[in-house]
Design a protein around this ligand. Structure first.
Ligand SMILES: Cc1cc2nc3c(=O)[nH]c(=O)nc-3n(C[C@H](O)[C@H](O)[C@H](O)COP(=O)(O)OP(=O)(O)OC[C@H]3O[C@@H](n4cnc5c(N)ncnc54)[C@H](O)[C@@H]3O)c2cc1C
Ligand SMILES: NC(=O)C1=CN([C@@H]2O[C@H](COP(=O)(O)OP(=O)(O)OC[C@H]3O[C@@H](n4cnc5c(N)ncnc54)[C@H](OP(=O)(O)O)[C@@H]3O)[C@@H](O)[C@H]2O)C=CC1
Ligand SMILES: O=C(O)C(=O)Cc1c[nH]c2ccccc12
Length: 420
């Protein structure tokens, strides 16, 4: 690396030349690319806006979270989970695994550096990546310059905060699922949970377990599948069946299985989409809920399912069916979005929704040395697949060029000697 600096009292500017890729984001995706590159001897820099690795897992998830897919589908390349880990590791175990992973591959991200912009400079054929970090009253701007850019900022970079009429008038506590830690703070409270994805369902279950009174807003439809069927992981079963059967048939099997285990959920207000669960995941990226107990609580009446929201009042909410219910607090389990459009000045490869335009498995490589990892809507296994491809692609070029440079230096050296 090569540095150029400029300073005054409260701010400083630096320019850093990066030999190898600039990786933006130190979540599982950025770490996986780093690990694969380390093995190939390609140097890199990882930039992270937070002060730790895997900030989504460390700072923006609730206490009782566990991986909801079996561990073999969640491990990163080149280092399996410890054998003693359970089939569904806890959040704490997953974070420990990631910390060990970063240490093992000696990945040292530059923390507290938020990427503000990244632009390809046509004239020099290089990426210019600008970051800002503030510490006390000092503001530091750094420009990293390199030939490759790896976008690893994730599908969950920002929380989606819906605009609902009257929400700003609501006097109770409002929080997003990403800030929710535990139901402990909600004992005895009537909590409206907006959204019925995996977050909404699990927050409701956690609230029940802490003697709160949750109502869950289901404004459209959702596929709920049991996490296990006859002691086997539903996800694993689906993946196995997909090897032999067409997707529509696997979907039929999933629905039959869900009906056998969970029964008909429509009478409880949970309507299924017209499309099957895997077809919908493939087409729209909508993840089916893998149930770990919320449905039992819905059946027992501990969780009340309510339709969409019309508007909020000071202490209550009006639903689309005209009903008004009193509410003490609101948890917005309304999902996440990518933040790529806010900083990446490029629109050939990335679409304005912050995802690569090309579908999996083609969305990992763009033009001019641009790469994306972890935008497959296939969780950690999708990120691992991207990381492997990216590192292979880069290391091929890196090795060819290193060989060329060595040959040139050798022949240059011979010429020098022959002049004497
Ligand atoms: C609650 C929850 C549970 C999940 N459970 C599973 C599961 O069980 N199995 C599974 O396969 N998937 C799961 N997922 C999917 C999830 O996307 C992955 O687990 C994983 O975290 C994705 O890794 P990532 O590195 O792509 O993104 P992230 O983990 O979000 O990491 C991206 C990093 O980039 C940083 N960043 C963002 N913008 C900038 C910027 N401008 N400058 C610098 N740094 C930046 C962020 O701070 C963050 O640290 C879950 C997701 C959630 C929200
Ligand atoms: N244990 C685990 O491993 C967990 C994994 N996850 C993963 O994290 C990712 C994000 O999940 P999640 O946070 O649940 O987000 P999702 O995007 O999956 O779900 C968002 C939910 O919010 C609803 N919603 C959005 N806006 C509104 C609104 N204005 N009014 C009413 N409802 C609204 C959506 O309804 P609609 O469908 O109608 O748009 C949907 O039900 C997923 O990939 C999930 O699998 C999450 C939690 C736990
Ligand atoms: O947890 C997530 O966000 C995932 O995307 C994991 C996942 C990848 N493929 C799936 C298919 C069905 C359910 C979950 C997943």
């Amino acid at each position: 690396m090569f540095h150029v600096s400029e300073n005054d009292d409260s701010s400083s500017r630096r320019c850093v030349w990066v030999n190898g890729p600039v990786i933006v984001g130190a979540g599982p995706s950025g770490l996986a690319v780093g690990a694969c590159l380390k093995e190939q001897g390609v140097p890199f820099v990882v930039l992270e806006r937070a002060d730790c690795i895997a900030s989504l897992w460390q700072k923006r998830t609730y206490d009782r979270l566990k991986l909801h897919l079996p561990k073999q589908f969640c491990q990163l390349p080149k280092m399996p989970f410890p054998e003693e880990y359970p089939e569904y590791p806890t959040k704490k175990q997953f974070i420990t695994y990631l910390e060990n992973y970063a240490n093992h591959f000696d990945i040292k991200p530059r923390f507290n550096e938020c990427v503000q912009s990244a632009k390809y400079d046509e004239t020099c054929g290089l990426w210019r990546v600008k970051t800002v970090s503030t510490s006390g009253t000092t503001r530091t701007e750094v420009e990293y310059i390199g030939r490759w850019l790896v976008v690893a900022t994730g599908e969950n970079a920002e929380s989606v905060m819906p605009e609902i009429e009257g929400l700003s008038e609501f006097k109770g506590h409002i929080t997003h699922a990403s800030e929710y830690k535990s139901g402990e703070d909600y004992q005895g409270k009537r909590v409206l949970v907006v959204g019925c994805g995996n977050s909404g369902m699990e927050v409701c279950l956690d609230l029940c377990n802490h003697n709160a009174i949750p109502s869950m807003v289901v404004r459209s439809s959702v596929h709920v599948l049991p996490r296990e069927f006859l002691g086997k992981s539903t996800f694993e079963l689906a993946m196995t069946l997909m090897r032999w059967l067409p997707l529509w048939l696997v979907d039929k099997f999933m629905l039959l299985m869900a009906w056998l285990v969970l029964g008909n959920m429509e009478k409880y207000g949970i309507k299924r989409p017209d499309m099957g669960p895997l077809a919908l995941k493939n087409m729209a990226g909508k993840t089916p809920v893998l149930d770990i107990g919320a449905l039992k609580k819905i059946k027992s009446g501990d969780i009340t399912v309510v339709p969409g929201i019309k508007r909020f009042f000071n202490h209550s909410v009006e639903l689309v069916n005209g009903e008004i219910i009193d509410v003490d607090a609101v948890v917005l389990a309304t999902g996440y979005r990518s933040n790529v459009p806010s900083w990446l000045k490029e629109n050939d490869f990335f679409s304005n929704n912050g995802y690569p335009k090309a579908q999996f498995p083609h969305g990992w490589k763009g033009q001019s040395g641009l790469y994306a990892v972890g935008f497959t809507k296939r969780g950690l296994s999708g990120a691992s697949a991207d990381a492997t491809r990216i590192s292979q692609d880069m290391s091929k070029v890196w090795k060819e060029e290193t060989k060329l440079v060595q040959q040139k230096t050798k022949s240059g050296h011979r010429r020098c000697i022959s002049q004497f």
